[in-house]
Ligand binder design. Structure first.
Ligand SMILES: NC(=O)c1ccc[n+]([C@@H]2O[C@H](COP(=O)([O-])OP(=O)(O)OC[C@H]3O[C@@H](n4cnc5c(N)ncnc54)[C@H](OP(=O)(O)O)[C@@H]3O)[C@@H](O)[C@H]2O)c1
Length: 259
């Protein structure tokens, strides 16, 4: 399968970095400097013409911002034949709306990845229409799966997965920032504090993934009564963290629905 991208921004780069053989990858990107950067870094073709992507690629990732999607579809629609598959990573644009924008022939899927792909620790949710070919679907799953976890879900869960994957990732980064700030306030250098906070975050993520079981069981195992982690968690979990997480999910889902 040959892969193409409409838009060569942050998430396009994260996805394309996961494609094992980049020889036939083609990206359409507006900014000349960005085209040059992607071409040099990944030895791929980067063009300013959306049509070029349709000429060369079988599976085409739609990776533009929601405000650009109509303009892209106007140019792309005549090239959306039955041999092409579009995978949209644009949040909030449902399959029935993509169908209207890109016409009846093309096969359609949606993916909700996060930037963790760049660290081979991505989290991607996928949904699709029945029209999509088996080979195409396994090629899509293979790309995302090469750099993280993939889950196939009903479309109704895609907005929530944007909150989980993209909202969640920056919330963990925010928590790491607060840990680091606390470290600096208590005398560490910024570098020492950054290292300690990010390594702690990494350790928590890895241990949780590797333990495989229920997250609460992991926490209980760590938090023997009166121990340091138990004391820390008691105070932390007593704050409004759950409310903050719930608010974040609600805000992201509402924001996506506006688009
Ligand atoms: N970043 C993430 O973690 C993430 C995760 C999941 C989903 N997404 C979704 O993925 C989409 C892209 O996100 P992003 O973060 O990669 O945004 P981005 O960095 O702004 O990338 C989008 C790129 O597409 C280019 N573009 C727009 N219209 C074009 C056209 N007609 N021809 C060629 N290039 C065009 C933009 O150029 P200009 O800068 O000139 O407009 C920009 O370089 C968004 O819908 C976003 O919500 C992002």
């Amino acid at each position: 399968m040959r892969f193409g991208f409409l838009g060569g921004g942050k998430i396009a780069e994260a996805i394309l970095s996961a494609i094992p053989s980049k020889k036939s990858v083609i990206v359409a990107e507006r900014a000349a400097a960005r085209r040059a950067e992607l071409a040099a870094k990944y030895q791929i073709r980067a063009v300013d013409d959306l049509k070029g992507v349709f000429r060369l690629a079988d599976i085409i990732f739609l990776a533009v911002n929601p405000r650009d999607i109509e303009a892209v579809a106007r140019v792309a629609k005549p090239f959306c034949t039955s041999s092409k598959t579009i995978v949209s990573v644009v949040p909030g644009k449902r399959l029935f709306r993509l169908r209207r924008l890109f016409g009846d022939k093309v096969a359609l899927a949606r993916a909700m990845p996060n930037i963790g792909l760049l660290a081979k620790a991505g989290m991607t949710a996928i949904c699709s229409e029945s029209k999509i070919g088996k080979e195409e679907m396994s090629a899509i799953v293979e790309v995302f799966g090469a750099s993280g976890e993939v889950v196939y879900l009903k479309e109704q869960f895609m907005d929530m997965m944007a909150a989980m994957g993209t909202g969640g990732l920056v919330c963990f980064a925010h928590l790491a920032k607060m840990l680091a700030e606390e470290g600096v306030d208590r005398g560490l250098t910024p570098e020492q504090a950054r290292n300690a906070a990010t390594q702690t975050l990494l350790g928590a993520g890895k241990l949780l993934r590797e333990s495989g079981g229920d997250i609460q069981t992991f926490i209980d195992g760590m938090c023997v009564r009166g121990s340091v982690p138990a004391t820390g968690l008691e105070t932390f979990a007593g704050s409004d963290v759950k409310v903050a997480v719930n608010n974040m999910f609600n805000a992201v889902v509402a924001r996506i629905k506006e688009k």
